[in-house]
Every structure is written in C-alpha cells, then in structure tokens.
Write a protein that binds this ligand. Structure first.
Ligand code: NAD
Ligand code: K
Ligand code: MN
Length: 355
C-alpha cells in the first residue's frame, strides 16, 4: 500500500482548529480508499514556538520537510507578534525555500451557499487565480534608512525576473488549456508600473504563441475587481502578481460566499520539493479558540493535495462530500450565516466519506 508522508503545520489562531479537522478527514478518506495511507508528522511551529525560541521555525526546519510528499498548512499570524515577522518567519520561508512559485486559487460557488452575487449560479462563477508566489512585490528587497527621523526613507522593491515571469505565465496558460473553456485573463497594472509590468505583458504575448488554442485577454487589476463583480462569467483562469492575486483571491472568496471556504496550493510544478496546501484565510483572531472556524477551505485544500498526489478518485469523493455538506444549511458555520461548529462540519464530511 502506498503511504504518503504529510507534514502538518497548524501554525497559529484557527490554523490550530482547521488543520486537525483536515487531518481527520484525510484519515477517513485513506481508510475508505483501502489503497493508500497517510503518515502524518506535526510541527508545532508558529507564534508559540517564537515565544519560546525567538524564531517561528527552527533554522534547519526546511530539512525536516524536504522529504515529505506534501505539507498541510494552517496560518501564520499571532495577535502579539508583528505580522511581518510571523509571515516571513514561517509561511514565506517555506514557499520561497521550496520555490513553490505557482500559487493556485480556485473559486466556485458551492451548492447551497448564499453568495453575494445573487443572480449567479455555480455555473457563472468558476475561477482559478494563479498567483506568482516567488518574487514581485513580496521579494523582500528594500529597506529603511533613518528610521524614526523626519528624513526617513523606506522601500519595498517589486523585483521580477524574466525567468520568473515566463515560468508562471507558462504555468497559467497550461492550466487554462486544461480547463473546458480554455480562457485566460492576464492581470497587470502596466499603465502605472511601467517596467516590470510591461515585461509581464510582453511575456504573455510571447508565451501565448505556445498555446494557440487558449483564448486570452488583458485586464488592469483595478478594472478586474469590477469585472469580477459585474461580469463573473467572463472570467475563468486568471494570472496575476504576488500582491495583486493575493488581493483578488480574497475578493473572489468573499464573492463566492466566505473567506473560510477558499483553498490554495503552493506548488512547485517541477516537483523538486514538497508542495504546500492551505486555506487562503489567516489566523482569524476574532474567532480563534471558539470552535467557529469554517473548515471547508482546509478540506478543499486537501482535495487539491490529493489531486497533486495523483489520488484523483479520492479527490473527487472528498469534493463531492464537501458539496453535499455545503448544500445543507444546517451545516453552515457562522461566516455563512449558520450556527454549525467546526466539529459539526468535520463530522458530517467524515460521515459522508465513510458511508
Ligand atoms: P483572516 O483571514 O485571518 O480573517 C479575516 C476575516 O475573515 C475575519 O473576520 C475572520 O474571522 C474571517 N475568517 C477567516 N477565515 C475564516 C474561517 N475559516 N471561518 C470563519 N471565518 C473566517 O485575515 P486577517 O484578519 O487579515 O489576518 C489575521 C492574521 O492572519 C494576520 O496575522 C495575518 O498576517 C495572518 N494571515 C496569514 C495567512 C497565511 O498564513 N497564509 C493568510 C492571511 C492572513
Ligand atoms: K493560510
Ligand atoms: Mn492573503
């Protein structure tokens, strides 16, 4: 029997609630499959680790993850530690350390969910946002001079390389090509950002020639937000920079019903390193520790993980179980207007899978 080694990193806040829920669901689906198993290793990295050791994860932490088949991640973010320390010390360290340069973010209106786009059916909103995940605005380049003085200067440099833009563009075209509508929207801000974003536009034109069957267009990121609300069915696959896609995908999740539903995979398409799957949401300080977190984003991330591992039948079954559960309003958590708790939703999904 094939055994997959999975690293679980719950991190902080509701990550500690949704990752154990995801692990429970994965255990059930492996048992039901009778053809594969999971060997989980949990890592207690995050804010608590920081308080004890002065860092979010051990300096040689990546070595402990290197031979895993995949990583299931929760969230990095602690109410008592600055956000840039928690993010750069854990999540970005893993994403950049393992060159997980493609961040894939599907959005759909799941059955039974009362999405803000009232006239939309699930058929009208079915997107995948591809986020460049290794450079751009989150390159970490920049600095502060004369901090605290009136002459202070601070920069965050958005660095883009031709190779980095080419690989994410090719990844996005290939993903668009694999979807039924073969439609790609390349999002930029090349009117204002006149260097790197112009290179981004030129790269799209060049890579498009490799994919003659993909229909593609360009949209400026600000106009794209309006298009997502006004003409959702005109979009299918989107590709955008690290920052732009980060923002667009929170909007996408909210339009589809809740930030608590949306999944993502931080993928190394070349499979040199383990890829990492996580809900797109953060630590949710306002609800942490209360059992109110919606675990659907984590479960859907588990679907993406199963697909990545090649277990497509198990992935399909888990997605069907998720959709059966969202279709039942009794099983909606508070973010969806319901009263169900994290454990209710988890048990319902497990029961569907086992039954
Ligand atoms: P957030 O995603 O944590 O929360 C935003 C809002 O959405 C809150 O009202 C929250 O209650 C709600 N929400 C989010 N997930 C939910 C779920 N599963 N169920 C129900 N409601 C949910 O974003 P934030 O408040 O901007 O960030 C809080 C912390 O998380 C910060 O430290 C931030 O840096 C961090 N963060 C980490 C990641 C990550 O690790 N990938 C992503 C985003 C934010
Ligand atoms: K997350
Ligand atoms: Mn985000």
């Amino acid at each position: 029997m094939k055994t997959y080694r999975i690293a679980c990193i719950p991190g902080d806040g509701i990550g500690k609630e949704v990752v154990p829920a995801g692990r429970e669901v994965l255990d059930v689906i492996a048992k039901a499959s009778r053809s594969f198993a999971f060997d989980f290793t949990s890592f207690g990295w995050g804010g608590d680790w920081y308080r004890e050791h002065g860092e979010m994860m051990p300096a040689d932490g990546l070595n402990a993850l290197r031979d895993m088949d995949a990583i299931l991640f929760g969230s990095a973010g602690d109410p008592h530690i600055p956000d840039h320390i928690t993010l750069w010390g854990l999540r970005l360290k893993i994403c950049q350390g393992f060159d997980q340069y493609a961040n894939v973010r599907p959005t759909r209106i799941l059955p039974g969910i009362d999405a803000p786009l009232k006239r939309c059916t699930p058929a009208d909103l079915d997107w995948v946002i591809v986020r460049e995940n290794s450079e751009g605005e989150y390159s970490g380049i920049g600095g502060r001079a004369h901090a605290g003085h009136p002459i202070e200067v601070a920069t965050d440099v958005s660095m883009m390389t031709r190779a980095g833009v080419e690989r994410i563009m090719r990844f996005a075209f290939r993903l668009a090509q694999s979807r039924p509508r073969k439609l790609l929207t390349v999002v930029t801000k090349s009117n204002a950002q006149r260097h790197a974003m112009v290179m981004w536009d030129e790269t799209a034109v060049r890579i498009a020639q490799e994919f003659p069957d993909v229909k593609w267009d360009k949209e400026l990121v600000d106009a794209c937000t309006a298009r997502m609300v006004n003409r959702p069915a005109s979009l299918d696959t989107l590709v955008a920079t690290n920052l732009h896609a980060d923002i667009l995908s929170d909007l996408a999740a909210a339009l589809a019903g809740s930030l608590g539903i949306a999944p993502t995979g931080n993928i190394d398409p070349e499979r040199r390193y383990p890829s990492m799957f996580e809900p797109i949401h953060g630590s949710a300080f306002d609800i942490m520790g209360k059992g109110l977190a919606n675990p659907i984003g984590t479960f859907w991330s588990c679907v993406m993980m199963l697909e990545h591992l090649g277990e497509s039948e198990a992935a399909r079954k888990l997605m069907a179980a998720i959709e059966a559960v969202t279709a039942d309003a009794q099983l909606h958590t508070r973010d969806l207007g319901g009263t169900a708790r994290t454990t209710d939703v988890t048990q319902a999904v497990c029961a569907r899978l086992a039954g």
